[in-house]
Design a protein around this ligand. Sequence first.
Ligand SMILES: Nc1nc2c(ncn2[C@@H]2O[C@H](COP(=O)(O)OP(=O)(O)OP(=O)(O)O)[C@@H](O)[C@H]2O)c(=O)[nH]1
Ligand SMILES: [Mg+2]
Length: 299
Amino acid sequence: MPKHISVVIPTIEEESVFGLIRSIRQMFGNGVEIIVVDKSSEAYRKRLEKAGVTVIRQRSRGVENAIVEGLRAAHGDILASIDADGTHDPKGLKEGVRIIERGDVGLVLGNRLAGLEDGSMSLYLRFGNKALSYIFSKLYRTRVHDVLTGLFVMRRDAYDEIRKVDPYRAGIAFFAIELARRGWAIDEVGIRYYKRAYGRSKLTSSKFAYGINVGAHLIRQIRDYSPLMVFGGIGGVMAVIGVVLGIFVVFNFASTGLLSEPGRALLSIMLIIAGIFLVVSGLILDLLIGIERMLQKRD
Ligand SMILES: Nc1nc2c(ncn2[C@@H]2O[C@H](COP(=O)(O)OP(=O)(O)OP(=O)(O)O)[C@@H](O)[C@H]2O)c(=O)[nH]1
Ligand SMILES: [Mg+2]
């Protein structure tokens, strides 16, 4: 029996949503559940209701909350989401569903970088997105290239594990981080990404600040997941700088017979001690987290 699919669409006055609704019905048939989470005007909402979709009026803030509200109301065995602004090719939903139906993946992301239309994504957004996706992939040993995409397909049981988590501002990276943390496999499909045909960006007034926010969440994850990586990394760098500085001081002392740079000598010793202290702290925290995980598994 074919699985029942729910597609959640977050929107603020996106004119493209009506064409998107038609495309989704063409692709999956009229049985598909389409839930539009709307934060627009009364007139726009009336038009949505006429289109025969389930409309949820969003009272919370942010696209992450919008999607979570939609997912909570969804009945499908497979859950999906796509931006309403017509920029993401909905064919990615179909391919994503195919991968989810194979059974070993919890979340499929639509990789926009595989099919960018000219002028659809600025160079600096492309770079920022790649950098965040790289950190994400290293952290969770996955290979995704577009963790801030607006298209995903998810297993119902994967979503059930995170349905109680309060969303933080990180776009779809929020879902990817929360599922990856719980050990779900994440895959991607290449999609076409088009320029916006109507209106302006609704997500944020500064994509730079938004990217920094997502980066901060990832770094917090690294700190909680593997303190040795953060503390050990910073401590290691400090100790190495201290040693190099110390070698200079010793070298000077050996050649002149005078301790001419007591300030540098002191700095070198301090850096080495602080560096070692950080590495040891990282090791202890890593050990404690390891023990906590072992105990959790036993429960
Ligand atoms: N319900 C709801 N929808 C939102 C909110 N913020 C953004 N959206 C919708 O989420 C989708 C993504 O937002 P966009 O404004 O397209 O963000 P973006 O893709 O980074 O920006 P562009 O490159 O200009 O398209 C669009 O369908 C928006 O209408 C929100 O707070 N609530
Ligand atoms: Mg957009």
